[in-house]
Write a protein that binds this ligand. Structure first.
Ligand SMILES: [Ca+2]
Length: 165
């Protein structure tokens, strides 16, 4: 479990707000991430995330620091030959209109497509992470029926931890 201590100065004293994640989740910048050791089809993975603590969904990968953080963990799994993880990206509603399941909005300008990706068509509608031969973490569009590991995401819980002063 990871903690961040965020001291907030309020009126008369110092309030410590601790963000926490459930056990087996890791914290990144106010979010909790769960790297599932189990492989499932994309829709089953999405359901698995939804059935976890409040607000969980398949991970959104939309900034470089978070991408690098995720890569650090996938590298560990990669050593055990679990090379693919589902993200929350898909285009199964409108072909080639990639959206995050978290918000339903388009993936936008920050993308990590691997070389030549996406190269599928209406049969490849889900975005998977994989490590390429240059050891970069990149996206590929893949059949949603493939069974891959996956990453769930939810917001960390803020716990107000007493008042000092
Ligand atoms: Ca597609």
């Amino acid at each position: 479990m990871a903690f961040t201590l965020l001291p907030l100065l309020l009126c008369s004293g110092l309030v410590l707000v601790m963000s926490t994640c459930p056990s087996e989740w890791v914290e990144y910048d106010g979010e909790c991430l769960y790297f599932s050791p189990h492989a499932m089809e994309w829709h089953a993975a999405e359901n698995d995330c939804r059935n976890r603590p409040t607000g969980s969904y398949l991970v959104t990968d939309d900034n470089q620091e978070k991408h690098d953080f995720i890569k650090m963990y996938i590298n560990i799994f990669n050593a055990w030959h679990n090379a693919h993880f589902w993200t929350g990206g898909s285009d199964f509603i409108i072909e080639n209109n990639w959206r995050w399941v978290e918000t339903g909005v388009s993936i936008g300008s920050t993308t990590y497509w691997g070389q030549g990706q996406p190269d599928g068509n209406s049969s490849a509608n889900c975005v998977a992470f994989h490590m390429n031969s240059d050891n970069d973490l990149v996206w590929k569009d893949d059949r949603c029926s493939h069974k891959y590991n996956f990453i769930c995401e939810q917001r960390a819980t803020d716990v107000t931890n007493g008042v000092i002063g």
